[in-house]
Design a protein around this ligand. Structure first.
Ligand SMILES: Nc1ncnc2c1ncn2[C@@H]1O[C@H](COP(=O)(O)OP(=O)(O)OP(=O)(O)O)[C@@H](O)[C@H]1O
Ligand SMILES: [Mg+2]
Length: 284
């Protein structure tokens, strides 16, 4: 098991009269080597939960096991540097993450911190930046002067450059154009399928979740209300209605085709899958 949360509670402004209980005794196990989506309405606790994965937030109650690290409420937790090397977290807001004077230095910061030589760190940073479509002409620019989508890509590259085992992305597609979103999806699918990375992605985009994520964790009001197979969730009318979920467009289309008498299995998850099924139905 890559990650195990046992009875995790987190309270913002715990000592204040206006405290807010953002995580309420959460139990959660996330398997290694899978792509897991974390979804839920705004304010449901997704960002709070993912910030526990590299101990940016420490729980008020409960215990977290991540690979061979352990974080416990009320204890002095050790080995956080190694934990942060193993778990790379891309923040919801890239501005929180970018601070060096140039794009290349920013992306090289992580690998340098984790012990790579300056030249190796820059090479890793350059490779990660290029894989995200940030070309060399931008390497000497100040990251704060880039567009929102470019900043986001630099922030993601900075995490990938350190080659963490678990990659956590908090709404990575926010601010990206459709081409940037597609590139990002292909990148994290290939990091998972080809390099075995465990990926956790917070998203409001159920189309993306449906097409790429093996499992889905659904949060509501500081609690986990569903954790399981993504296809099973979005093909279950009761779960969809109870949780007011937006049905992925592909599921909508598949349902309409089924109503019209086409035999389309619920396992289709991409447009290509669907086109193949329809072609088979039509005998071509
Ligand atoms: N720094 C903070 N201080 C006080 N309350 C906070 C703080 N950050 C978040 N909260 C509260 O905790 C709850 C959970 O917030 P969180 O940011 O985890 O939600 P989220 O699911 O990530 O939402 P979104 O989809 O809008 O990003 C919300 O009610 C929020 O107002
Ligand atoms: Mg959030």
């Amino acid at each position: 098991m890559a990650i195990r949360f046992t009875k995790i509670s987190y309270i913002y402004d715990a000592d204040m009269p206006y405290f807010h209980n953002a995580l309420k005794s959460v139990n959660l196990e996330i398997a290694e080597g899978r792509i897991t989506a974390l979804i839920g309405e705004t304010g449901s606790g997704k960002s709070t939960l993912v910030q526990h994965l590299n101990a940016l937030l420490v729980p008020h109650l409960g215990r977290i096991e991540i690979l061979d690290h352990r974080i416990e409420a009320g204890k002095r937790n050790k080995g956080l540097k190694q934990l942060r090397r193993d778990v790379g977290l891309v923040f919801q807001f890239p501005e929180y993450q970018l601070f060096e004077a140039t794009v290349l230095d920013d992306a090289a910061f992580g690998p340098m911190r984790f012990g790579y030589s300056k030249s190796e760190a820059k090479k890793r940073a350059a490779d990660a930046l290029i894989s995200l479509g940030i070309t060399k002409e931008l390497f000497d620019r100040n990251p704060m002067e880039l567009s929102g989508g470019q900043k986001r890509r630099v922030a993601i590259a900075g995490i990938l450059a350190s080659d963490p085992k678990i990659i956590v992305l908090d709404e990575p597609a926010a601010g990206l154009d459709p081409a940037g979103t597609k590139l990002l999806e292909e990148l994290f699918v290939s990091l998972n399928r080809e390099r075995g990375k465990t990926i956790i992605v917070v998203s409001h985009d159920n189309d993306m979740v449906y097409s790429c994520c093996d499992d889905t964790v659904l949060m509501a009001n500081g609690s986990v209300v569903y954790h399981g197979d993504t296809l099973a969730l979005f093909n279950d009318r009761t779960l969809i209605d109870e949780n007011h979920l937006l049905v992925p467009r592909l599921v909508e289309l598949k349902n309409r085709l089924q109503e019209k008498g086409f035999k389309v299995p619920s396992s289709v998850r991409t447009i290509d899958d669907l086109a193949r099924e329809i072609a088979m139905e039509c005998g071509s």
